[in-house]
Design a binder for this molecule. Structure first.
Ligand code: NAD
Length: 336
């Protein structure tokens, strides 16, 4: 299965890693590949990647797993190693891992020698349906997440759902949360599948990417429709930040955020209460949220100081019904 982006292709294929070599030859003519991965993925799939690419010379840079690697110090260390390994500006980088590896490697690719080509091989569900799509790359600063970054497209995204077999349940559900969001804002069929089945195949991965692709193409630089992707994220980000990115995974935080957004929709007379109940039941079943649910008032300070909060309120996404998103100006009285 393929999804076409303006400058590159997304390949979604179970077992597709075995034809990776052919795909890379379509977009790259040199024998050297420079792979950035994290220690977990390297332990699990180092040999798989070598076996998939017999006609390339691979050099590996292995970082520590986890968000703390999306840092200036790891960025510098990766660049030091790449230069030491002999990487030149026409050589290709391979981001092989979850969203942390993808965001960091993409940012290295965007900036090293003023830009080198790179491909994404996402290995978590979240990275397959979300972070490897859309060209946003970046790293964190002590002051906040994703504060340094760029829009920089890869030459190819290769998605192989076989990698998901080694994810633990919590990581898997973390990715499902973004898929539930995609279903709610843009694809009823995807949402219906997720209501019934916890497992996803290449079909659902493609539907989820399709929602993001359409919005990104309509609005590449985040001015209007792309904002729909922020459904659940205003409170989600505030929840992650308040708990120092320790207690809640991103998917869990946005799950609480989606329920808060559905409640705001109800308050504004836009969303039916039954939709809130249905989504809540789904998120509880997947352990993405727990009762008692988080109180939006506890995150008031972060919301009110959000840099996107303008004098007439905050741009905020609600879902009046499944598959339809809408931007409103959120005022404090809507949620307090
Ligand atoms: N660029 C974007 O548009 C975008 C969108 C959403 C999220 N993100 C970013 O993505 C990051 C989160 O990504 P993530 O959730 O993939 O986290 P992650 O990259 O930290 O991966 C989670 C864990 O899973 C392990 N792992 C990866 N693949 C595995 C596999 N196949 N089997 C077993 N374990 C595996 C990793 O080693 C890590 O321990 C955040 O930094 C977030 O900001 C970016």
């Amino acid at each position: 299965m393929f999804i076409k982006m303006p400058n590159y292709e997304i390949v979604i294929e179970t077992g597709g890693i075995r034809s990776l070599s052919t795909w890379i030859h379509e977009v790259y003519t040199y024998p050297n590949l420079f792979v950035v991965t994290d220690r977990h993925v390297d332990q699990l799939y180092h040999q798989t990647l070598i076996d998939a690419l017999p006609d390339f010379i691979l050099s590996f840079v292995v970082i520590e797993p986890g968000e703390s690697s999306k840092s200036l110090s790891t960025y510098q260390a990766v660049i030091d190693q790449l230069i030491h390994l002999g990487m030149k500006r026409n050589h290709m980088l391979v981001a092989f891992g979850g969203g942390v590896v993808g965001d960091l490697t993409g940012y290295v690719a965007a900036t090293l020698y003023r830009g080198v080509p790179y491909i994404q091989i996402p290995t978590t569900l979240l990275a397959q349906v979300d972070s490897s799509i859309g060209g946003k790359v970046g790293i964190d600063l002590p002051q906040g997440k994703n504060l340094i970054g760029a829009f920089y497209d890869p030459k190819l995204v290769m998605i192989d759902p076989l990698f998901l077999s080694t994810l633990d349940e919590r990581e898997y559900h973390n990715g499902l949360a973004e898929m539930i969001k995609a279903g709610l804002i843009g694809d009823r069929r995807l949402y219906q599948h997720l209501l019934t089945y916890d497992q996803v195949t290449e079909q659902e991965i493609a539907l989820s990417i399709g929602v993001k692709r359409d919005l990104v193409l309509m609005d590449p630089y985040d001015q209007k429709e792309r904002m729909y992707l922020n459904f659940g994220h205003t409170f989600g980000h505030a929840i992650e930040k308040k708990h120092h990115y320790q207690i809640y995974k991103h998917g869990e935080a946005i799950s609480y955020g989606m329920l808060i957004a559905l409640q705001i929709g109800i308050r504004l007379g836009e969303t039916k209460p039954e939709l809130y109940e249905e989504v809540k039941e789904l998120l509880l079943r997947l352990n993405l949220v727990k009762e008692p649910l988080l109180n939006p008032m506890h995150y008031a300070e972060d919301i009110l100081t959000d840099k996107k909060y303008l004098s007439d309120g905050l741009n905020y996404v609600i879902v009046p019904k499944v598959g339809v998103a809408k931007i409103i100006k959120l005022k404090e009285s809507d949620w307090s």
